[in-house]
Design a binder for this molecule. Structure first.
Ligand SMILES: *[C@@H]1O[C@H](CO)[C@@H](O)[C@H](O)[C@H]1NC(C)=O
Ligand SMILES: *[C@@H]1O[C@H](CO)[C@@H](O)[C@H](O)[C@H]1NC(C)=O
Ligand SMILES: *[C@@H]1O[C@H](CO)[C@@H](O)[C@H](O)[C@H]1NC(C)=O
Ligand SMILES: *[C@@H]1O[C@H](CO)[C@@H](O)[C@H](O)[C@H]1NC(C)=O
Ligand SMILES: *[C@@H]1O[C@H](CO)[C@@H](O)[C@H](O)[C@H]1NC(C)=O
Ligand SMILES: *[C@@H]1O[C@H](CO)[C@@H](O)[C@H](O)[C@H]1NC(C)=O
Ligand SMILES: *[C@@H]1O[C@H](CO)[C@@H](O)[C@H](O)[C@H]1NC(C)=O
Ligand SMILES: *[C@@H]1O[C@H](CO)[C@@H](O)[C@H](O)[C@H]1NC(C)=O
Ligand SMILES: *[C@@H]1O[C@H](CO)[C@@H](O)[C@H](O)[C@H]1NC(C)=O
Ligand SMILES: *[C@@H]1O[C@H](CO)[C@@H](O)[C@H](O)[C@H]1NC(C)=O
Ligand SMILES: *[C@@H]1O[C@H](CO)[C@@H](O)[C@H](O)[C@H]1NC(C)=O
Ligand SMILES: *[C@@H]1O[C@H](CO)[C@@H](O)[C@H](O)[C@H]1NC(C)=O
Length: 449
């Protein structure tokens, strides 16, 4: 080998050595994260280049003017493997998005060393283990989603001490324990107002009662706690939350009756289906004039449907099915002229369908089945041109079937008139509605003989 060749080789070798050592510490940290991955997508493989001096041009990476990494966004790249503890060495990181990948193993507690972190999104991965207690050390974290993972254990109390936290999404995990009582208590004790706006813990295994002071969260807008095993009564405090717009407590074990709603002015969505809540439907709901959707199905509500619901002019969904309601439909409901989905099936309601309800011009779903409704099928149903589902089965509805129902070309999900007291012939026109396959007019009491 000639001296020249040897010199060249040494030069090349030291040049590459020089280049490798030239990569700054954030870049080195990122490359060490790679070593924990079992699948590295090509876009990373081809841009995360050890010969660069800084990582600022690498896919998913953004830097500040000092070339420090402030954002790492690797959403939806099919990455598999673990999140290494080295992540805690990205001291300038403000945004970390690893959603929609195949990350597994623990969420490293070292992550809290990224003390400037503002947005953390680890949703839709396979992370397991507990939420690190060290998360309470974040000072600037405002948005956090750990949704759709396999996380277990309890919510660390420390989480709700993060002063700027606005959005916490822990939905779709295997979390247990109770909702930390300090959610309400903390702001009062420290004299600060919590910044929490959205809390979503749907689809976990939380047990116990709701803390009584959730409305100390002065900015709380979305409270989504559906599909857990929460019990006890719904705290009366929730009827006074002025900022609350969405309250979802469906599929739990709540008992007792609903609180009084006092000018709960922003409430738009009230979903409390599949609980064990009884008592009357509170007339105080009329105070929540912004309500767009109420789902109280599958509970134990009794008494009449309050006429006060007629004050909710923006209501589009009212589902009161599978309760023990009685009496007739209040004609005042006709004021809810934006009604789209009305379901009172499986109750003990009676009387006829009020003619004032002709105003429900945009209705798509009308379910009155399994009650004791009487009267005939109103001819004006044929004006409900958007109707896709009409379920009247299992009532005491008499008279003949108006041929004009044949005009309803959108009765796609079906027309069920079975088990009533209808007489006469089935109008030929009905075959045109529903494309015939979903039409059920069987078992009319008077036709059976
Ligand atoms: C790209 O990934 C493959 C395997 O995933 C690896 O063998 C190869 O060394 C990587 N290339 C670079 C430049 O990192
Ligand atoms: C890595 O960067 C060096 C220096 O910029 C460049 O010569 C080399 O081609 C790059 N490698 C890849 C795989 O892009
Ligand atoms: C992360 O990247 C995705 C796609 O590249 C983008 O849609 C999303 O807005 C980014 N998120 C953040 C917080 O920058
Ligand atoms: C979850 O991530 C996978 C890719 O890992 C993606 O196919 C899927 O659509 C994501 N789910 C949601 C709800 O975003
Ligand atoms: C990083 O985090 C770990 C675990 O949370 C902690 O023990 C360690 O002191 C932190 N390191 C630095 C430099 O902050
Ligand atoms: C935390 O965030 C606030 C508001 O965004 C900002 O003013 C402050 O400088 C941040 N703190 C640090 C240490 O970056
Ligand atoms: C929580 O995350 C899930 C899935 O990523 C999403 O569907 C849901 O809307 C989020 N909740 C809130 C309140 O934003
Ligand atoms: C907390 O909010 C109340 C009004 O809801 C306000 O009067 C008070 O000044 C706030 N306190 C702080 C420390 O921001
Ligand atoms: C509700 O409580 C009963 C026992 O009273 C239990 O069997 C059931 O699983 C609970 N349901 C939910 C959704 O937690
Ligand atoms: C509406 O709210 C007020 C308090 O703001 C309350 O006094 C009243 O009883 C509520 N209305 C009904 C019908 O309960
Ligand atoms: C109904 O909704 C509209 C906008 O969607 C809003 O402007 C109006 O104030 C609402 N009505 C009531 C009574 O809240
Ligand atoms: C209908 O009324 C009859 C007679 O009053 C009663 O026996 C039956 O339970 C009622 N059915 C429903 C679904 O309320």
């Amino acid at each position: 080998m000639s001296n020249i060749t040897l010199t060249l080789l040494i030069l090349c070798f030291s040049a590459s050595l020089y280049d490798a050592s030239a990569l700054d510490s954030d870049g080195v940290t990122l490359l060490s994260l790679l070593t924990h991955w079992t699948y590295v997508p090509h876009i990373i493989n081809s841009t995360w280049n050890a010969s660069h001096s800084v990582s600022c041009s690498w896919h998913g990476v953004q830097c500040n003017h000092a070339y420090h990494v402030i954002s790492l966004n690797l959403t939806d790249l099919g990455i598999h493997g673990q999140l290494g503890p080295e992540i805690g060495q990205l001291y300038s990181l403000k945004i970390l998005v690893l959603s929609n990948n195949g990350f597994s193993g623990k969420v490293p507690s070292e992550l809290s060393n990224c003390s400037l972190l503002e947005l953390l999104d680890l949703s839709n991965n396979s992370f397991s283990g507990q939420i690190p207690f060290s998360f309470g050390e974040f000072r600037n974290l405002s948005h956090m989603s750990l949704s759709s993972n396999w996380l277990t254990g309890v919510i660390p109390d420390s989480l709700f001490r993060i002063p700027r936290l606005e959005e916490v999404n822990l939905s779709k995990n295997l979390l247990t324990g109770t909702i930390p009582a300090n959610i309400g208590v903390i702001p009062q004790n420290l004299g600060i107002n919590s910044s929490l706006v959205k809390l979503d813990i749907t689809n976990n295994k939380f047990t116990g009662n709701l803390p009584p002071n959730l409305c100390f969260l002065k900015r709380l807008s979305v409270l989504n706690m559906g599909s857990n095993q929460l019990n006890g009564s719904i705290p009366s405090d929730l009827g006074r939350c002025k900022t609350l717009s969405m309250l979802i407590l469906s599929e739990n074990n709540f008992t007792s009756s609903l609180p009084v709603f006092e000018s709960n002015a922003n409430l738009k969505y009230l979903h409390i289906s599949k609980n064990k809540i009884g008592g009357p439907i509170p007339p105080s709901l009329e105070n929540c004039t912004n309500l767009a959707a109420i789902n109280m199905s599958m509970n134990k509500f009794t008494g009449l449907i309050p006429s006060a619901l007629g004050k909710l002019v923006n209501l589009t969904v009212l589902d009161l099915s599978h309760n023990n309601l009685e009496g007739s439909l209040p004609p005042q409901l006709s004021n809810c002229s934006k009604m789209d989905h009305f379901d009172v099936g499986f109750n003990s309601l009676n009387g006829s369908f009020p003619s004032s309800m002709r105003s429900w011009k945009g209705i798509t779903t009308l379910i009155l089945r399994e009650n004791n409704f009487t009267g005939g099928i109103p001819g004006f149903f044929s004006e409900f041109s958007k109707l896709r589902e009409l379920q009247l089965g299992g009532n005491l509805i008499g008279g003949s079937i108006p041929p004009s129902l044949g005009k309803l070309k959108n009765l796609f999900y079906g027309l069920n008139l079975s088990r009533n007291e209808l007489t006469g012939v089935i109008p030929l026109e009905l075959g045109y509605a529903a494309g015939s396959s979903t039409l059920d007019v069987s078992q009319q009491a008077r036709n059976e003989e």
